[in-house]
Design a protein around this ligand. Structure first.
Ligand code: ACO
Length: 156
């Protein structure tokens, strides 16, 4: 298993992985926008045959309301047969490091369904994110989102 920056050639596979794993799906154009604008921030996990089995799709907030530079994880998922191997944790850490080192991000934000136990476990227990707020009815089916944040340490 390998973790590396996502390339343009990965985007179809990345989109396919997203379609397998999540109801929040995006146009290819949106993946391209991430990859072309912030090529340092999105990562893929690949198997021994170089097939994409997981990804972290991330961006910088272009016009932060409070003026504070920060990154945002748009989407992350790992195919079922490859879960609980530490891949998501590694994908997240790589992206967080690039946000801090390349773009001077102070923190990273994300949204997660409040019932998504696995992802909340990853963010809160493994990576140290905290709940910053609740966004009522954020998802298309009306479920609330937890808005979570992790402040990035400068000296690590
Ligand atoms: N139940 C509880 N905690 C879990 C679970 C689970 N099923 N899966 C992972 N965790 C937590 C644990 O704390 C785990 O540490 P441990 O294994 O030492 O106990 C920690 O997360 C790290 O686990 P990883 O192995 O790195 O996570 P994995 O590679 O399995 O991927 C993910 C986790 C991405 C949430 C995966 O389950 C998945 O793809 N789910 C479907 C898609 C999804 O929900 N994505 C997140 C949506 S929110 C967003 O995209 C911003």
């Amino acid at each position: 298993m390998d973790i590396r920056p996502a390339r343009l050639a990965d985007l179809l596979e990345l989109q396919r992985t997203n379609l397998h794993c999540l109801p929040e799906n995006y146009t290819l154009r949106y993946y391209l926008y991430h990859s072309l604008t912030w090529p340092q921030l999105s990562f893929v996990a690949t198997d021994s045959k170089q097939r994409v089995v997981g990804y972290c799709l991330a961006k910088m907030e272009e016009e932060p309301k409070d003026g504070i530079q920060h990154g945002h994880v748009t989407s992350i998922s790992v195919l079922r047969g490859y879960r609980r191997l530490g891949l998501a944790q590694k994908l997240m850490r790589q992206s967080q490091m690039a946000m801090r080192d390349v773009f001077d991000a102070e923190f990273v934000s994300l949204h997660v369904r409040r019932t998504n136990r696995a992802a909340i476990g990853l963010y809160r227990d493994t990576l140290g994110f905290e709940v910053h707020g609740v966004e009522k009815g954020y998802y298309a089916d009306g479920e609330d989102a937890l808005a979570m944040r992790l402040y990035l340490q400068k000296d690590k």
